[in-house]
Design a protein around this ligand. Structure first.
Ligand SMILES: NC(=O)c1ccc[n+]([C@@H]2O[C@H](COP(=O)([O-])OP(=O)(O)OC[C@H]3O[C@@H](n4cnc5c(N)ncnc54)[C@H](OP(=O)(O)O)[C@@H]3O)[C@@H](O)[C@H]2O)c1
Length: 283
C-alpha cells in the first residue's frame, strides 16, 4: 500500500473560502477593509513568487495588501522608522517583513520592533513566548500550516512520538512548542545530531525542514508514519522537498508532496494571521 498523499492546495482552498466569509462579516460589521503592509528590502528573487502568491490570496479573500519597498542598501534606521510609523498608523492592521533581507540590517532588531498585535508572522518575541507557554494566538505561518494539515487529517497528537528535522526560529522551535502544548513527545534533529535515523525511524509523525533534497529516505521512516515535508529546494528538475518522495511513499501512511503540500497551506495560514491582527486593531 502506498501512502495517502495530502492535497495541500485543496486544504488551502477551503481555508481561503472560510477566511473570505469571515472577512466579509468583519468588514460589514466594522466598515474597515483589512490593510496589510509587507516590508521588502532589496530584490531577492526567491521572495518574488511567495509575494505574488500571497498578494493573490489576499485579493481573493478581500484583504488589501501593499508593499513598503526599500533598496538593498537602505539604512537600518530608516527601516526601523518605517516600522514605528506603521505600528502607530491606525489604518494599517498588520505588518510582515519579507526575508531574506540585506546582511547589514539586524533581522532581530526589525522583528523586535514590530507591534506584537500587528505581527502577522508571529515572530516577535512576545508572540513566540506566548506560543511557548501555551497561550497560542499568532502562531508562525509554517508551523500553523503543519498543525492545520494534522488537524485536517483528524490526528490526535496526545502521546504520539514526533520528530522534527529543523531547529530554526521559523519552523522547528515554534513547532516543538505546539506539539508539547498538545502532549506529544518531541525529538528535534539538526546538523549536529549524531544519529538522525534513530529519531526519525521511530516517529509516528515526521516533520522535515532541512532544505536538503532527498535527505529523508525509506530507511528513515517508520511504517505508516505521517511524513510532512516542509523543505523547498530548487533543482534543475524543478522544486522538490527534503523527502525522497518515490521511495518514502511506499512505507509512510500519509505524506505531503512538494510542491502542493505545506507551501499553499502556509500562504493560507498567513491570511488566518492577518485576520487575527486585524481583529486586534479594530475590536
Ligand atoms: N513550505 C513552507 O511554507 C516553508 C516555509 C519556510 C521554510 N521552508 C523551507 O524549509 C526549509 C528550512 O527553512 P528554514 O528557514 O527553517 O531554514 P534554516 O534556518 O536553514 O533551517 C534548516 C534546519 O535544518 C537543519 N539541517 C540542515 N541540514 C541538515 C542535515 N543534513 N541533517 C539534519 N539537519 C539539517 C539545520 O540545522 P542547523 O541549524 O544546525 O544548521 C536547521 O535547523 C527550506 O527548504 C525552506 O525553503 C518552507
Amino acid at each position: 500500500m502506498t501512502a495517502k498523499v495530502i492535497d495541500g492546495r485543496k486544504i488551502a482552498k477551503n481555508l481561503r473560502s472560510n477566511i473570505s466569509d469571515e472577512v466579509k462579516e468583519l468588514v460589514s460589521k466594522y466598515k474597515i477593509v483589512p490593510n496589510i503592509v509587507t516590508i521588502i528590502i532589496g530584490d531577492d528573487p526567491s521572495s518574488k513568487l511567495y509575494l505574488r502568491l500571497r498578494d493573490k490570496a489576499c485579493e481573493e479573500v478581500g484583504i488589501k495588501s501593499s508593499h513598503a519597498k526599500f533598496p538593498a542598501d537602505v539604512s537600518e534606521e530608516e527601516v526601523l522608522q518605517t516600522i514605528n510609523n506603521l505600528n502607530d498608523d491606525n489604518s494599517v492592521h498588520g505588518i510582515l517583513i519579507q526575508f531574506p533581507i540585506s546582511k547589514h540590517i539586524s533581522q532581530d532588531k526589525l522583528i523586535n520592533s514590530l507591534n506584537p498585535e500587528k505581527d502577522v508572522e508571529g515572530f516577535n518575541p512576545v508572540n513566540m513566548g506566548k506560543t511557548l507557554i501555551g497561550d497560542e494566538y499568532i502562531i508562525p505561518c509554517t508551523p500553523l500550516a503543519v498543525l492545520t494539515i494534522l488537524e485536517h487529517e483528524n490526528i490526535d497528537l496526545k502521546g504520539l512520538d514526533v520528530t522534527i528535522v529543523n531547529h530554526s526560529n521559523v519552523v522547528g522551535k515554534p513547532l516543538t512548542s505546539l506539539f508539547l502544548n498538545r502532549n506529544a513527545t518531541v525529538s528535534i534533529c539538526h546538523v549536529f545530531t549524531k544519529n538522525m535515523k534513530k529519531y526519525t525511524s521511530t516517529a509516528d509523525i515526521l516533520i522535515t525542514a532541512a532544505g536538503v533534497a532527498k535527505l529523508i529516505k525509506e530507511e528513515h521512516v517508520k511504517k505508516d508514519a505521517f511524513v510532512i515535508d516542509v523543505g523547498i529546494i530548487k533543482t534543475e528538475d524543478g522544486i522538490c522537498g527534503d523527502v525522497d518522495f518515490d521511495s518514502v511513499k511506499n512505507i509512510a501512511g500519509k505524506i505531503t508532496p512538494v510542491p502542493g503540500g505545506v507551501g499553499p497551506v502556509t500562504v493560507a495560514c498567513s491570511l488566518t494571521n492577518m485576520v487575527k491582527t486585524y481583529k486586534n486593531c479594530v475590536e
